[in-house]
Design a protein around this ligand. Structure first.
Ligand code: CTP
Length: 402
């Protein structure tokens, strides 16, 4: 694949070196097109050595090859990372003062922008309008990650991890349908922790890999994603809004508030069914006799509550239009799954077998997607991304009917 990597003048330009390596090491041909000022952050020799191609910023070098038209025309993908407010504005308005902006005007392939800037610039109405224009025209503009920015400030504006940008590009080029464009999707991921005291908790083995794969694939299919993450130590998926929680009660509050105007909710988190009745304020000390038993109380069943609320609201069309759950079973997988689907009142239930190294913390998964209309789809063992895409296929089919 022929990739044009546009680099504009942000401090995150150094992270684009890693993105470039990810492309070249997986066999892609990359031409780096920095803006003139981007070279103040990372110099031309670095880009030339890492890409194996000469690097120019303006349209006056090698004019006989007409690079200002050729690079864009021949590209299979253009990715701009980092994309500054300035380059987004130029792209939105069709300015073409240098090689990168010329390339953006001549490209007929997918174009991905990974913006990075200070929060104020990202949130400014001018930038919002430019991003909206670019998205309307079909470009993919990844929401920046939230975190530490240059200097002491934090907020939305960080360039997502290069691996995450690479993954989105890979999926965009693989021709994933954009059938979730304009849809609001809420995904829960990870496993809840129920505190016993300030240092101990009751938890579970969920890694969050499946929920994160769902988030990543939903972004690639065009959805606006809120990811409610319970105790997950994975890099934030590029383009998803991540809300961090710890306990089942916190997860419930975050999911319900994000679901108010959502089209789809997918509960991939492993939610503790019980929590300690008492959360001790100080550490429980070892005593001479037998330990005190731990009394447990029930946690809310969030998936069931989502279905119940939808039924009770009686609004037409029903919102969320699609509610999906996951069920990990050790025995009688399908029978237990069908019973659970009915009990929880959801539209889809993804059932998989767990135990003996299956599912938890592994990159692969196999499952059956059961639907309330009685249908079922087998998804063979494969990467969690493939199962995620199979779930979105089922969701998208139901959204078009909704
Ligand atoms: N779930 C939830 N709230 C809970 C427990 C589970 O929303 N308190 C959701 C999970 O996110 C998952 C689905 O319900 O999507 C199924 O979870 P599971 O633990 O298998 O369901 P349980 O009702 O706890 O069934 P079991 O009796 O097998 O424990």
């Amino acid at each position: 694949m022929r990739v044009v990597l546009g680099v504009s003048a942000g401090i995150a330009a150094y992270k684009a070196c890693e993105l470039l390596r990810l492309f070249t090491e997986s066999g892609h041909e990359v031409r780096v097109v920095p803006t003139r000022d981007a070279l103040r952050f990372v110099g031309e020799p670095t880009w030339a050595a890492l890409s194996g191609h000469p690097v120019t910023t303006d349209v006056w070098d090698g004019v006989h090859e007409v690079p200002h038209v050729r690079l864009g025309q021949q590209a299979d993908l253009v990715v701009v990372a980092p994309a500054t407010a300035d380059v987004l504005a130029k792209a939105a308005h069709g300015l073409a003062g240098d090689l990168l902006t010329n390339t953006l005007l001549t490209a007929r392939c997918p174009v991905v922008f990974a913006p990075a800037m200070h929060t104020e610039m990202w949130e400014h109405p001018a930038t919002r309008a430019n991003v909206a224009t670019l998205r309307e025209r079909g470009s993919i503009v990844i929401d920046p990650a939230v975190g530490r920015l240059t200097g002491a400030d934090t907020g939305p504006g960080r360039l997502p991890d290069p691996e995450e940008i690479f993954e989105i590009c890979r999926r965009v080029v693989a021709g994933r349908p954009r059938d979730l464009a304009g849809r609001k999707v809420v995904i829960s991921a990870g496993g809840t922790r129920e505190a016993l005291d300030p240092v101990r908790y009751l938890g579970n083995r969920s890694s969050g890999l499946q929920g994160y794969a769902l988030a990543r694939t939903a972004v690639a299919r065009g959805a606006e994603v809120t990811l409610v993450a319970a105790n997950v130590s994975l890099a934030d998926p590029a383009g998803a809004k991540v809300v961090r929680v710890e306990s089942a009660v916190e997860l419930r509050d975050a999911v319900l508030s994000a679901s108010a105007d959502a089209d789809v909710v997918v509960m991939a988190a492993a939610v503790a069914d019980f929590r300690p009745a008492v959360r001790h304020d100080s550490k429980i000390k070892k005593t001479a006799g037998e330990p005190e038993p731990i009394e447990l109380v029930k946690n809310p069943d969030i998936l069931a509550e989502l279905g119940e609320r939808r039924r009770a609201s009686g609004s037409a069309p029903a919102r969320p239009a699609v509610i999906a759950g996951f069920a990990a079973e050790t025995d009688d997988v399908l029978a237990n799954g069908r019973a659970k689907l009915a009990r929880k009142g959801c539209d889809l239930l993804v059932v998989n077998q767990v135990g003996a190294g299956l599912a938890f913390g592994t990159p692969d998964n196999a499952a059956t997607i059961l639907a309330a209309d009685g249908s079922q789809v087998e998804v063979p063992r494969g990467p969690k991304e493939d199962l995620a895409d199979a779930v979105w296929d089922q969701v998208a089919a139901r959204l078009t009917h909704a």
